[in-house]
Write a protein that binds this ligand. Sequence first.
Ligand code: HEC
Ligand code: HEC
Length: 288
Amino acid sequence: MKIFACGLVALLFFLGFQSAYSVGAAEVDGRSSRQTLLLGQEVYQANCAVCHGVAGDGNGPAASMFAIRPRDFRPGIFKFRSTASGTLPTDDDLLRTVTRGVRWTAMIGRFDLPEYARRAVIQYIKTFSSRFTKERPGKAMTVPSPAKTANLVAQGKMLYDQLGCASCHGKTGQGNGPSAQGLKDDWGWPIWPSDLTWRPLKRGSDIRETYLTLMTGISGTPMPSYARSLDSQQAWALVYYLESLVPADHRPNPNQPLGEEHCGWMVVRMGGMMGGGMMGPGRMGRFR
Ligand code: HEC
Ligand code: HEC
């Protein structure tokens, strides 16, 4: 996995940063009360805008520090869902991302924010994309959990070869397949097939999450959904095979910050310290 350095850049960036946020009126989408949206806006501006931008365009003042860019919320495309490819995530999917974060990236989990604040900010980020006023979220997929057997693992290996996972992820899952170079995501940023021999993955270490990745795809990236090619048992076969690719020393302590998470924490903490200057007196503090 790639490790990115950021310390000095973060410091220089914050010393030079002096813009004032303007507070636009929250758009009420009919499903969330105005009060929730105002609270969500406050939480957003204090905790998220530094990366995701005041306008939700993924272009906050810290955005360019990261190799893995903060999401532009305007197209309404989300990677980590329990819902079918092409559909919107559920509120619970978004809550999970905000609470547990996206591992290895600057999107750190904000379990430290009270749940009502996390729920409110989710309603607020939905106002950045008109998709949420036009479409309903997809239906959350159920995840069965068959026990691991040697047969399933062997079947998983076969499927890995047959479905061409290796073209991107490489024969041994290290993310170095022949098609791995030069890939771009839907937002135009470079993207790399994951090194599948490490845990956590972006979505975490829970094998049920890996199952959902295979069945829902990672929208906005070249990682497709395999819901049409796999029944649930075959998907589990692949999940168990993928687990067998992970050596014991590729499972760092889950509480340890990994990859760009270091940098994410730094930005969030420095955002807190510089809060008065960034937001004007009194705008920060309540939700930190
Ligand atoms: C330090 C930078 C940073 C901060 C602060 C930050 N994010 Fe993120 N966020 C990211 C990055 C980077 C990604 C993209 C991760 C990826 O694509 O793998 C992301 C992605 C997301 C996603 C999309 C996940 C998906 O399924 O596609 C959501 C939702 C999100 N952030 C919400 C928030 C909210 C809400 C806050 C404030 C509480 C917040 N973020 C604060 C960097 C940040
Ligand atoms: C066309 C290229 C491509 C193919 C084919 C492909 N993947 Fe991926 N896969 C990706 C990319 C790119 C990512 C990284 C997405 C990201 O980082 O946001 C990814 C990510 C993943 C992840 C990690 C999710 C996480 O939480 O970090 C898993 C697991 C995965 N792929 C499994 C598979 C399996 C199994 C197959 C075959 C059935 C497969 N992929 C086929 C491109 C591909």
